[in-house]
Structure formats: structure tokens, C-alpha cells
Design a protein around this ligand. Sequence first.
Ligand SMILES: [Zn+2]
Length: 153
Amino acid sequence: MCADKNHEKPNIFKSVFTNKCARCRRGAIFLSKNPYDLKSCMKMPEKCPVCGQQVEVEVGFYYGTGYVSYALSIAICVASLIAWWLFVGFSIYDNSIYWWLGFNGMLLLGLQPILMRWSRTIWMAFFVRYDEDWHQGPPQGTGRVNTTFKGAI
Ligand SMILES: [Zn+2]
């Protein structure tokens, strides 16, 4: 049944990492592939090019990405703090903490375009479930059939 590679369920982490649509996990949700193309890196198509899922699910949908971006930034700060502590070390007798602060600030600034795009992709994945049968919207007619009761109907 899953012999065709197109019917395999794409991995959620890989699809988030590569900024793919949460519904089909295949269509790109950003028009530009390059996050450092700063003029167009946040431009999104109206609909997913593969499944037709609305990319901006509702007006102001992506306002909540600030929370995701904050969490990602904190995770990077903690990771860089631990890495600095292990590879460089901290001491009260020198300015190593200030060097780390500068390094961490530059790191966050440099990663900002990537983090902003990941925040939107993660935010979309929170609210939009994977559905391989989703094509140009939900099936018309009687509405979605709950798979739990499929046999009973
Ligand atoms: Zn899609």
C-alpha cells in the first residue's frame, strides 16, 4: 500500500525543518527557498502548492509565532551557554561571560530569519493536522467521516 514513495507519511520534524505545509508535509509554505533573501524570505503563497491548504489559516494567524520564536531563542541561548561553558569555560576572573553574551547576541541575530520561518512552520503544525487525502479542501457533501465509525456506517 505504501510502496509508492508519494504515499509515505513524511516525517514531521523533517517537514518542519524544511518549512513544509503541515497538512501534506510536502508543499513549501514560503515562496523563497533562501531564508537570507531578506526582502522576500517571509512571503508566503495564499495556498499550499501541493494540497491547497490555506497557508494563512485565518486573519492574524501568525501573531502567535512570537511564543514559538521566544521558546526557540531560549533553547538556542541555553545550548550556546552549555557549549561555551564546555569548550571555552566561564570564570569570575575574566570577561568570558561578556564574550559569551556578545557571541550569543550575534548568533541569535544571525539565525533570526531561519527562526522566524521555523516559528511559522511550527505554529502551523500546532493547528493543522496531517491529512494525505486533503486535496483542495475537505471532501464535499456529507462532511468528514470520522474514521472510528467508518465500519459502522
Ligand atoms: Zn500542503
